[in-house]
Design a protein around this ligand. Structure first.
Ligand code: NAD
Ligand code: UDP
Length: 317
């Protein structure tokens, strides 16, 4: 049986990582949050700094880390195209060297380790919805490749450490997630649209806006990640975690305009290279193995996220 008390969250000061830290502290774990603050911020975990069971450490996972823990959530990696394309070599290093370092740590201290993989391993998918058995359609040399191929290589490393060293691994393939503490300038569609709507600026649809995404509220995702981490030994994944509700980008814009009461209008901008046309998770495995499915509807999640960004804008003014 796997018993855990001390948990390492890499990328713990980021959007998803900080929500994991919150939930783990609530559940009574000791949490070590490690981050180099490239896209994360102390502010995301500032409310935890007084907790006796919480520790924050500045560290870059591309360098080895020597700590004693029972579980590792390996979340460190910029997730938005603007940020991961800013220094693509560092992005690949974070995924690949970061995975090697965290897997080495897990091996030394016999910890269970969960990898934050991504729907991007499916690339621009030719199978819809995406099941875990689909191997993907990924450009190895494009602008998104540092992220997509970095994450694919990290999955390879996880499964090789599992086969070669019997490591206790869990691999989650996360689909588009949104919620409070998303970076306001990360260029992602939910944060862009909400900020544009709240400021009364034009809403920028890339391409015709008919491409689809499936948006999962962060609380649902974190529940799925923790269930996966706490699942029985034999369940390694990969397991898709996301919300199967599929929307066009134009529909998302309409919801945001409606919920903010904004006077913003939609304009079209060129579609970025290699932008996937559609994306929707098949979450059959998560339902079967984790008894998990998202509970929060898009409009409810958007309402909470809009309130967060509204608060940020008021702080900034
Ligand atoms: P984020 O950018 O908010 O968080 C990533 C965190 O990792 C940040 O705090 C950043 O400072 C830190 N980081 C980056 N490089 C690091 C390094 N070398 N060493 C230490 N820390 C480093 O992004 P997020 O949305 O919270 O994503 C978290 C994880 O989930 C990422 O691995 C991402 O690939 C994965 N993921 C996210 C989504 C999504 O929709 N948000 C979808 C699929 C996968
Ligand atoms: N997108 C858009 N307007 C924006 C930002 C993004 O139309 O201001 C589109 C983007 O081209 C993509 C979708 O929204 O088709 C989701 O983009 P995001 O960067 O959030 O995530 P990803 O492409 O990684 O799924």
């Amino acid at each position: 049986m796997h018993l855990a008390n001390r948990v390492l969250v890499t990328g713990g000061a980021g959007f998803i990582g900080s929500h994991i830290c919150d939930r783990l502290i609530d559940k009574g774990y000791e949490v070590l949050c490690v981050d180099n603050f490239f896209t994360g911020a102390r502010a995301n975990v500032a409310h935890l700094l007084d907790a006796k069971t919480f520790e924050l450490m500045r560290h870059d996972v591309t360098f080895p880390l020597f700590v004693e823990v029972d579980q590792i959530y390996n979340m460190a990696c910029p997730a938005s195209p603007i940020h991961y394309q800013f220094d693509p070599v560092q992005t690949t290093k974070t995924s690949v060297h970061g995975a090697i370092n965290m897997l080495g740590l897990a091996k030394r201290v016999k910890a269970r380790i969960l990898q934050a993989s991504t729907s991007e391993v499916y690339g621009d998918p030719s199978v819809h919805p995406q099941e875990e058995s689909y191997w993907g359609n990924v450009n190895p040399i494009g602008p998104r490749s540092c992220y997509d191929e970095g994450k694919r290589c990290a999955e390879t490393l996880f499964f090789d450490y599992h086969r070669q060293h019997n490591l206790d691994i869990k691999v989650a393939r996360i689909f588009n997630t949104y919620g409070p503490r998303m970076h306001p300038n990360d260029g992602r569609v939910v944060s862009n649209f909400i900020m544009q709507a709240l400021r009364g600026e034009d809403i920028t649809l890339y391409g015709d806006g008919e491409q689809t995404r499936s948006f999962c509220y962060v609380d649902d995702l974190v529940e799925g990640l923790i269930r996966l981490m706490e699942s029985p030994d034999g369940i390694t994944g990969p397991i898709n975690l996301g919300n199967p509700g599929e929307f066009t980008i134009k529909e998302l814009a309409e919801h945001v305009i409606d919920l903010t009461g904004s006077k913003s209008t939609m304009i079209h901008k060129p579609l970025p290279q290699d932008d996937p046309k559609q994306r929707q998770p098949d979450i059959g495995r998560a339902k079967e193995h984790l008894d998990w499915q998202p509970e929060i509807a898009l409009r409810d999640g958007l309402t909470k996220t809009i309130a967060y960004f509204d608060g940020l804008l008021k702080e900034m003014s």
